[in-house]
Design a protein around this ligand. Structure first.
Ligand SMILES: Cc1cc2nc3c(=O)[nH]c(=O)nc-3n(C[C@H](O)[C@H](O)[C@H](O)COP(=O)(O)OP(=O)(O)OC[C@H]3O[C@@H](n4cnc5c(N)ncnc54)[C@H](O)[C@@H]3O)c2cc1C
Length: 419
């Protein structure tokens, strides 16, 4: 039986392990931490299963804000001065990727098939692991103070419409009925019914990995360090605990994948867009539907662990210490959005977390073979949409492992686009 080594147990690795098992492979998962643990972006994200997240982070005119990104360390997007020289080439590619509306539309057209139908795919995967209650399919909502604010984002909604996304617009009265606890300043809502959310992404990923193990996968607590490739064929994955003989390997190490990809011959511009969450434990109030207030650009979602507010983009690399003031901003936004939250929340009822989005400059993941061997596949770089895109990515990887036809076009995701 052909042996696949899956490197990394975030959502992408966990889903890939299960799909590889279904495709008849022997599977080993390499993960130095706990599957779905706090080290993984998959643990602390906003929980959104948002098939409408097709707009890349870089949009026309963003370049004008670069000075602000550098000057305001607490703004919704901030670049650390000390990291700027290192990130500058990536930043140029990032700004160019969303330079014009037609470019944004092309990215949206490429990524929409990766996201469409995702809540149903998650539901199936969760059911396989006996945790289908963790996936909810009751829509997602963007909230604005008024219609004018919504119209200020006309380009994004126009592009969403062009790729087939539908929504329902809610006026002040409907908003009040739907979200009675939300601050009254939000008088306009956009409900996307095809969206869903995960009640606890960390527990979900852990359950998927446990299911893979129950179905015969091996979980090895080790860090992948490189590959032994001979004559273009993979022989083994090198780890800090010795070699693991392998016929195929899939790099799913999220933001930590760049060196591994380079070991397999693919130099791809993977960066980390760091993000934060603030979570209130035992919250007495919150939204009925997960929502994203326009002014905060952060998602607010009930989870099994508490009321979570997630967001922020900080470009500072993998190694810099977290700036917890950023998580404090998220907590304060939560307090402003839900007036019934106690103002004097004791510190032990608030949890802060920082994680690393694995981000390509063009807003599209890398899914495809490495340059040095067709036996090594890259499956990372999902940026802001890795949770929602995990299951479809895994299905594409399984098709690539077996030589089958992928169910959606994969050319836009080829790692070779950066060669
Ligand atoms: C604040 C925030 C909010 C977000 N909100 C959303 C959202 O609402 N919806 C959404 O779809 N996405 C969201 N995202 C993005 C999403 O969380 C990520 O894109 C996704 O989790 C990436 O999954 P992954 O499996 O590629 O990587 P990860 O989850 O980071 O997992 C990678 C794993 O690889 C392991 N690893 C690292 N190096 C090695 C090695 N050498 N060998 C073996 N294993 C290794 C790590 O320990 C880790 O467990 C958000 C991200 C952040 C930070």
């Amino acid at each position: 039986m052909s042996h696949v080594v899956v490197i990394g147990a975030g959502i992408v690795g966990a889903a890939t392990a299960l799909e590889a098992l279904s495709a008849g492979f022997r599977v080993t998962i390499l993960e130095p931490g706990d599957p779905g643990g706090e080290q993984a972006a998959s643990y602390g994200n906003g929980c959104w299963l948002s098939p409408m997240s097709v707009i890349p982070p870089s949009v026309p005119g963003l370049w004008k804000k670069v000075p602000r990104f550098l000057m305001d360390p607490l703004g919704p997007l901030a670049i650390r001065w000390s990291y700027f020289p290192k990130v500058a080439p990536w930043l140029v590619k990032y700004l160019l990727a969303g330079w014009t509306e037609p470019k944004v539309l092309r990215i949206a057209q490429a990524i929409r098939p990766l996201l469409a139908g995702a809540p149903a795919l998650h539901k199936d995967l969760a059911a396989r692991a006996g945790v289908d209650r963790l996936i909810e399919r009751n829509g997602l909502m963007y909230v604005y103070e008024d219609r004018a604010q919504f119209e200020a984002e006309a380009m994004a909604w126009r592009v969403r419409r062009q790729v087939g996304i539908e929504w329902i617009e809610l006026g002040p009265d409907e908003m009040r009925q739907k979200e009675p606890e939300l601050d009254r300043r939000y008088g306009f809502g956009v409900l996307v019914e095809e969206g869903g959310h995960c009640r606890d992404p960390g527990a979900y990923v852990a359950a998927l990995v446990a299911q893979a193990v129950a179905e015969g996968a091996a979980l090895k607590r080790a860090k992948a360090m490189g590959f032994r490739i001979e004559g273009g064929r993979l022989r083994a994955v090198l780890t800090d605990g010795g070699e693991v003989a392998a016929d195929k390997a899939v790099i799913c190490a999220g933001a930590y994948s760049r060196k591994l990809a380079s070991q397999a011959g693919s130099d791809v511009p993977l960066e980390t867009e760091r993000g934060y969450h603030a979570m209130v434990l035992d919250s007495p109030t919150g939204p009925r539907t997960p929502l994203m207030p326009y002014d905060g650009k952060m998602s607010i979602t009930w989870t099994d662990r508490g009321l979570r507010c997630a967001g922020q983009v900080e470009i500072a690399g993998l190694d810099a210490a977290p700036n917890w003031k950023r998580a404090g901003i998220l907590r304060d936004h939560l307090l402003r959005s839900f007036p019934n939250l106690p103002r004097d929340l004791p510190a032990e009822r608030v949890r802060f977390w920082m994680g690393h989005r694995p981000s390509m400059p063009d807003g599209l993941p890398c899914i495809g073979p490495a340059a040095a061997s067709p036996d090594v596949l890259l499956a990372f770089g999902h940026g802001h949409v890795g949770l929602v895109a995990g299951p479809r990515t895994a299905r594409l990887v399984a098709a690539m492992l077996t030589g089958g036809a992928p169910e959606i076009p994969v050319d836009p995701f080829t790692p070779a686009r950066f060669a």
